[in-house]
Design a protein around this ligand. Structure first.
Ligand SMILES: *Cc1c(COP(=O)(O)O)cnc(C)c1O
Length: 216
């Protein structure tokens, strides 16, 4: 199906939830089709790839959703409205410093390794509260949400991971105050975004259901 029809269908399906249109590997012209059809936020995995495409993309909000290396933090802070993939204290402190350099308050989400998978990035669920307490004094970041990428299993089997994230989300919202302002729960991708919404996602990240299978 054409990109514009996919966007319209998905926006209708998700109702008042927020769509992040995942545009990794996608050419600017097709990204712009999605924006014209109603996508307001795009998600990219790599700083460099977005930098290369950015001038050709229509105005929209930009989210970084892929692992961020320390040496790319400066440019990530320059280019992205929200960094969803914050996965270590080291990177948070770096973001705070770089954002301070350009008088920005960088909006971030904390990435949770909800399946405790050794190969995946993200904080362990049982560390999130401690992390929040360690970053309360940082002046140039604002924590606005939690995000996760559950283990790669069939859609129905992701439900327990989404439920754990929702419980964590509700608990961590109690910590709000100062630079901690957790309002978004970013979870669910092309194959399971409706399951994620049923379990409490406020934001879904969808790529291939919009653009078709990615060609690398
Ligand atoms: C690629 C990607 C998505 C979108 O995946 P699809 O299955 O194509 O919808 C969502 N989140 C992250 C972090 C991704 O890397």
């Amino acid at each position: 199906m054409p990109v514009d029809e996919n966007i319209k269908r998905i926006l209708e399906e998700i109702g008042d939830k927020t769509l992040v249109c995942v545009t990794k590997t996608i050419e600017p012209e097709r990204i712009n089709e999605a924006i014209r059809a109603g996508a307001t936020i795009i998600g990219e995995n790599r700083v460099q790839e977005y930098e290369d495409k950015s001038e050709k993309i229509l105005p929209c909000e930009t989210h970084l959703i892929g692992h961020l290396q320390t040496n790319k933090v400066k440019r990530a802070v320059e280019y992205f409205d929200v960094i969803q993939s914050v996965d270590s204290l080291k990177v948070i402190n770096n973001i705070d410093t770089r954002a301070g350099d350009i008088d920005k308050v960088q909006r971030v989400f904390l990435q949770v390794n909800i399946g405790n998978e050794p190969q995946k990035h993200g904080f362990r669920l049982d560390r999130i509260k401690e992390v929040i307490n360690e970053i309360r004094s940082l002046q140039n970041i604002r924590v606005e949400g939690l995000m996760c990428i559950p283990p790669f299993v069939p859609a129905e089997q992701t439900r327990p991971y989404f439920q754990k994230m929702k419980a964590l989300f509700d608990e961590m919202k109690q910590e709000n105050g100062g630079n901690i302002d957790i309002q978004e729960l970013s979870m669910g991708m092309s194959n399971d975004y409706m399951v994620a919404i049923e379990e409490g996602a406020t934001m879904v990240r969808v790529g291939s259901a919009i653009f078709g299978e990615r060609k690398y």
